[in-house]
Design a protein around this ligand. Structure first.
Ligand SMILES: Nc1nc2c(ncn2[C@@H]2O[C@H](COP(=O)(O)OP(=O)(O)OP(=O)(O)O)[C@@H](O)[C@H]2O)c(=O)[nH]1
Ligand SMILES: [Mg+2]
Length: 298
């Protein structure tokens, strides 16, 4: 049972960043709850990958026991899909409809069958061993567990000074525009309850097109972070350590993608959104009645 221990690992240094942080009453209630075996959340790991064959052995072998792994292939020509299938025969491989990491994530999310979605890069920069920490934050009441390299316990061996300054500047812009208290806007290691997907409102499209539409690029993280802020979801930041990509070249262009992030922040701030996209506010994978029964028998 993969995440049984995640509950007791809630002493991890996580911090709430949304204005409506978990009420202490809710936390007290959760301490009484004994989750039965079947209540363990099913974790779906979505891995966008474009020519990451050399890195997948490190990433997939380090995964904890999860419900499903979905690899979204970006037209790789280096055997990424074959390597993935050889390493993990149960892996679900999904082709993306357009180009870019944003489109890859939207396509992967559309195939999720679990309760929790984890976004995991395939280049070896995100440590799969941190997944229980994210799950723990969600079980402790967060809607969205947001990785941060800038909290005690987090860090990076990959971030250049230029990117770090850029990230801080863009982070500040978003915090001012959206009233958030994010510490690491441009970080792609996050997890959230599947029920939050309507708030993200990402459209993978159906037709295959060899182009990149707005939202399909690296601005995806900003789009996600700002939509969850506008959706008033409960965000908890989780310290994460970013490693250097093991093999191959980054797909990110610091200046071009930096401007896309800035444009995403401004566009999202003034975007018209559907009347109600807020998901149900349950903080536990258990239905309320079952929760009460478990609490009573504890
Ligand atoms: N499917 C798919 N995956 C992509 C695409 N672009 C990037 N990725 C994947 O997204 C993840 C992050 O991309 P990276 O190129 O490492 O970019 P980054 O992590 O933001 O930047 P660095 O810090 O420089 O590594 C990796 O797993 C890539 O393989 C794409 O167009 N399609
Ligand atoms: Mg990377």
């Amino acid at each position: 049972m993969p995440f049984r221990n995640a509950l007791s690992a809630s002493g991890d240094p996580v911090s709430a960043v949304s204005p409506d942080s978990p009420a202490s009453a809710a936390s007290a209630e959760r301490r009484l709850v004994v989750l039965p075996e079947h209540a363990s959340p099913r974790v779906s790991v979505v891995v966008p990958a474009r020519n990451e064959a050399a890195n997948l052995p490190y990433v997939l072998s380090a995964l904890p026991d999860v419900y499903e792994v979905i690899l979204v292939d970006g037209g790789s020509t280096d055997g990424t899909v074959e390597v993935a299938r050889e390493l993990l025969p149960t892996i679900r491989v999904v082709a993306q409809t357009r180009r870019g990491k944003g489109n890859a994530l939207a396509c992967g999310f559309a195939h999720v069958r679990g309760d929790i979605v984890v976004m995991l890069d395939a280049d070896g920069s995100a440590d799969p061993a941190e997944i229980p920490r994210y799950v723990s934050a969600l079980l402790d009441g967060a809607d969205f567990a947001k990785g941060t390299r800038f909290a005690v316990g987090g860090g990076s061996s990959d971030l250049t000074r230029l990117r770090s300054w850029g990230n801080h500047g863009l982070n500040l812009v978003v915090n001012v525009l959206f009233g958030t208290r994010y510490t690491d806007l441009c970080y792609g290691y996050n997890a959230f309850w599947t029920r939050c997907l309507p708030v993200l409102s990402l459209d993978p499209g159906t037709a295959r097109e060899d182009r990149k539409l707005w939202g399909d690029g690296f601005e995806i993280e900003t789009i996600i972070n700002t939509r969850i802020a506008m959706g008033r979801l409960r965000v908890v930041e989780v310290p994460s350590f970013e490693l250097e990509r093991i093999h191959g070249e980054s797909n990110l262009n610091t200046w071009r993608d930096g401007f896309r992030v800035l444009r995403a922040a401004v566009t999202e701030r003034f975007r018209r959104r559907p009347a109600s996209v807020r998901p149900p506010r349950s903080v536990s994978p258990l239905p309320a009645a079952e929760r009460e029964r478990s609490a009573a028998s504890a």
